[in-house]
Design a protein around this ligand. Structure first.
Ligand code: BGC
Length: 748
């Protein structure tokens, strides 16, 4: 096995037993303390500096493929600037072997040529599997994972991702996104676990544990450090445009946006990335309140806080709260940012050095940040062995991993409409496949896949089918025709698609979005682009039944065509196995069980969410009237609920309440149902929501089979953020709802 610098080896061997720390650690290990004591100011400031891979590659600033490290630039970064961390892919996805070579080259210089031999902490965005590695197992994007309502699958995704990312030699994943998806225009909605804080918190816990392991001992070949991002309030820009201001009152922030981060911290998440933008005029990168008081003080987070891309600079250049780049560095570091994702120059390093030398930033603050960074490196086992676990890459994209991704895609896909039980399709029906997402792998996967935007269709491995290919394989090529009709935003030949439809028994129209990521995905209109609406309207004229398959990262408005379609499947961004999964559901090999983790709006300007206030559903003028509500999803079988029982009708402080309900599969085939428990606080000092999700369980039942599901509610489940912005539980009546059943109890 390749080994690091001899000097460090002596220290680290003595400290091997220190390598695995639990989430509750408070101090630094002896190794880190000893190392810190020997570091120069320059070496420390370098540790806080994170650069992007392309900066040390040949050809920079032009991207060259295939990517090659420039030894001179790498030495400059590591020997002159003492850089502690590198991120990103450089150009486009690499093979595992190439990643291993790149990481080895970097760690060779870091550990053998620098004075102290401190290994580099490499970080990557692997948000639905190792998306920057060719051939990786690619799960549905997180909005789809949330639609499974199955935390075990999210946990599995974490485990598979950790294994495949670590196989590349990368120990740090910038995932999960724990922003709450309450603004459907926002181009990162698909990176979230949807609109509900409870669902997102359950998924946050499952995913962090999947990446980091139950014991948070991340020193292993199948573990990586997670990064909860983007703390806090990033997902709710008023305009819906990425990286624009959010206005979020403190009560709302704590009620909706904070809980998933709290869940991640409780699960032991090792790192947190900061919201690129601002809340109420305060950029979070410059906010001691959010970073120190709330995150560290209240939530008790003790890991590394990393900036988002260029966002310290942005305090000067974009947000304009700092009159100079240097002031921006001072503000961010003093607010609590430990590592700067600079990432394309060394300005942070130079400016921070100046600030410390001038006394504007105390060295104690530098020690605090560097201590955390080194501690993380130690916990990740990098001092013991910073190299890729070559012999451990064997399970990369193995059949079992891919099966998990397929299972997740199956369970995510949500049947929204099925008039006259058109689906599942009978064998032998003649099919026209049409629409812009029918034959594109990039549309199934979305951003952060192969490239940042995910749009290099030609680079996608062809070993998993598009929707068209999967339908052809399932039905037989001879009875499946294809005429795309339109591109996402442009008509190609609607007439040809209509002519083909006339010869078919059923039309499968695959609609949606081309891949996008972050700000380039901004839109000013939520409605599905006009050419796609025209395509479906024209197809419907033929009277041949139309099935819509929506491949999209946010709920594009389809109201004008929803009535024209006989069936609608929401596929979200189902990942590499998505084509297969859609076909399996269309033909009934799999019974759909996904439920919407977001509200699907009926109209662009009516974006009321499921947990709205009573005034928002008060009369025929103000109604929660989405096209499909949060939590909705059909099955090829039917379920009935009965016997909702509470173990008491009066609950006192400190009590818990047991709730049971019986669910029966009343149809003819096996299926999975998500039992959802909602709580309504009927009267409260802060206007209560009509309902809030509090528990859920996914159960599988054979035809006729029934099961009694039990939940326990605790006092904290009855709480809300009160008038003084603190959680409070108030006496009064509460209603428990499961399915169409309701029971009221009193809290006294
Ligand atoms: C995104 C982050 C991401 C980072 C590194 C930023 O632009 O907002 O989510 O982790 O880039 O790629």
């Amino acid at each position: 096995m390749k080994r690091p610098h001899a000097l460090l080896l002596m220290v680290s061997l003595a400290m091997v037993t220190q390598a695995c720390f639990g989430a509750s650690r408070t101090g630094l290990s002896p190794l880190v303390t000893e190392l810190l004591g020997r570091m120069s100011l320059e070496e420390k400031v370098g540790q806080m500096t994170q650069i992007s891979l392309e900066l040390v590659c040949k050809g920079y600033p032009l991207t060259r493929e295939p990517l090659e490290i420039d030894p001179e630039s790498l030495r400059r970064a590591l020997l002159e600037y003492h850089v502690g961390s590198i991120l990103n892919v450089g150009s486009s996805a690499h093979t595992v072997q190439r990643w291993q070579e790149l990481i080895t080259t970097i760690q060779d210089v870091a550990t053998k040529e620098t004075r102290l031999g401190i290994p580099v902490l490499y970080g990557i965005d692997a948000v639905h599997g190792a998306g920057y590695t060719l051939g990786a197992t690619l799960f549905p994007q997180h909005v789809g994972m949330a639609a499974t309502w199955n935390p075990d699958l999210v946990h599995k995704e974490g485990q598979v991702t950790a294994y495949e990312v670590r196989a590349c030699g990368i120990p740090w994943n910038f995932s999960p996104v724990l922003d709450i998806g309450r603004q459907p225009l926002w181009p990162r909605l698909w990176e979230t676990f949807g609109e509900d804080p409870y669902l997102a918190s359950v998924m946050a816990r499952a995913y962090v544990r999947g990446l980091q392991g139950e014991d948070n001992c991340v020193n292993g070949a199948d573990r990586v450090a997670a990064c909860a991002k983007h703390y806090l309030g990033y997902s709710f820009p008023l305009t819906g445009k990425d990286r624009t201001p959010a206005w979020i009152p403190e009560r709302m922030l704590r009620e909706y946006f904070l809980p998933p981060f709290q869940a991640a911290v409780e699960a032991g998440v090792k790192t947190v990335m900061v919201n690129s933008s601002e809340i109420n005029g305060i950029p979070i990168h410059a906010s001691p309140y959010h970073l120190r008081d709330l995150l560290r003080g209240e939530l008790g987070f003790s890991g590394v806080i990393v900036s988002d891309w260029a966002d310290i600079k942005n305090l000067h250049e974009r947000e304009r709260v700092a009159a100079s780049p240097k002031e921006a560095v001072r503000l961010a570091v003093m607010a609590g940012v430990d590592m700067s994702m600079v990432p394309l120059d060394y300005s942070f390093y130079d400016l921070l050095l100046e600030l410390v030398r001038e006394g504007a930033v105390p060295e104690s603050r530098i020690d605090e940040a560097v201590g955390r960074i080194l501690q993380l490196k130690e916990e990740l086992g990098l001092f013991q062995d910073p190299y890729p676990p070559v012999e451990n890459a064997k399970r990369f994209a193995c059949a079992a991993h891919r099966q998990s991704a397929l299972q997740a895609a199956w369970e995510s896909i949500t049947l929204l409409k099925n008039s006259g039980n058109l689906l599942p399709l009978s064998p032998g029906v003649k099919i026209l496949v049409t629409g812009p997402t029918a034959h594109k792998r990039s549309s199934l996967n979305g951003g952060w896949t192969i490239t940042w935007q995910g749009d290099r269709e030609e680079l996608y491995p062809k070993d998993t089918p598009t929707i068209l290919e999967a339908i052809q394989a399932a039905a037989g090529r001879e009875i499946v025709s294809f005429a795309p009709g339109v591109e996402v935003n442009r008509e190609v030949d609607i007439k040809a698609a209509v002519a083909a439809a006339r010869k078919a028994d059923v039309v499968i129209a695959c609609l949606g979005e081309d891949p996008y990521c972050e700000t380039p995905g901004n839109i000013s209109e939520l409605t599905l682009p006009e050419p796609q609406l025209r395509l479906v309207a024209a197809l419907a004229e033929t009277k041949v039944p139309v099935v819509l398959v929506l491949v999209e990262g946010r709920p594009r408005i389809i109201t004008s065509i929803a009535d024209k379609a006989k069936a609608i499947l929401m596929a979200y961004l189902p990942g590499a196995q998505g084509g297969q999964a859609v076909a399996d559901i269309l033909f009934g090999k799999v019974n759909p069980s996904g439920k919407l983790p977001i509200t699907y709006p009926r109209a662009c300007n009516d974006l009321t969410l499921y947990d709205h206030k009573y005034s928002e559903n008060a009369n025929s003028f103000n109604r929660y009237n989405p096209l499909f509500p949060f939590g909705f999803g059909l099955s090829y079988t039917s379920f009935a609920y009965r016997d909702l029982v509470l173990d008491k009708d009066r609950m006192r402080r400190g009590d818990s309440l047991s709730v049971s309900v019986t669910i029966q599969n009343t149809g003819k085939r096996a299926g999975k149902e998500v039992v959802q428990l909602y709580l309504s606080d009927l009267y409260a000092s802060v206007t209560p929501s009509v309902r809030r999700l509090k528990r859920f369980a996914k159960v599988e039942l054979g035809p006729g089979e029934e099961r009694t599901v039990r939940f326990t509610l605790r006092e904290a489940d009855l709480s809300f953020i009160g008038p003084d912005n603190r959680p409070v539980v108030e006496p009064g009546e509460f209603a428990v709802r499961v399915g169409d059943l309701e029971k009221v109890f009193v809290f006294e």
